[in-house]
Design a protein around this ligand. Structure first.
Ligand code: SF4
Length: 126
């Protein structure tokens, strides 16, 4: 017997996949996780551009580095539902973690003193 499971990368789909696999059933798995990540990345990209424009910052001019941070933010959002900074540790303590939701509590000072935020996402205009 074979089973086709959609949404196999998370939630009920994943649980059913594990259950059926444990019963020895051959599985064909379809997961949209990557598509979902791409959707989130586009939302993050629009948001950070909007925020940079609003605050008078530049986004990282290096396309690869910018992509890395955007993907990191999207992965955090996919995992935690909250856009935590990809360059900082999520502690699981809501009080502490609130400070690292992008744009984090530290970025204004970092941009002012270092010219860019810790992740090199937002840059100061010259
Ligand atoms: S360091 Fe930059 S990317 Fe990271 S949360 Fe702060 S503003 Fe966002």
């Amino acid at each position: 017997m074979k089973a086709l499971i959609t949404g196999a990368s998370s939630g009920i789909g994943r649980d059913i996949a594990y259950y059926l696999a444990s019963k020895g059933i051959d599985l064909i798995l379809i997961a949209r996780r990557k598509e979902r990540l791409e959707e989130i990345k586009e939302k993050v990209r629009k948001y950070v551009q909007f925020y940079a424009d609003k605050q008078g910052y530049l986004l990282n001019p290096n396309p690869e580095e910018l992509e890395w941070v955007i993907e990191g933010l999207a992965k955090r959002r996919q995992q935690y539902v909250t856009q935590y900074c990809p360059c900082r540790i999520v502690h699981g303590d809501p009080e502490k973690d609130r400070k690292i939701i992008c744009p984090c509590a530290y970025h204004v000072e970092e941009i002012e003193t270092d010219g860019a935020c810790h992740c090199q996402l937002f840059f100061k205009k010259n």
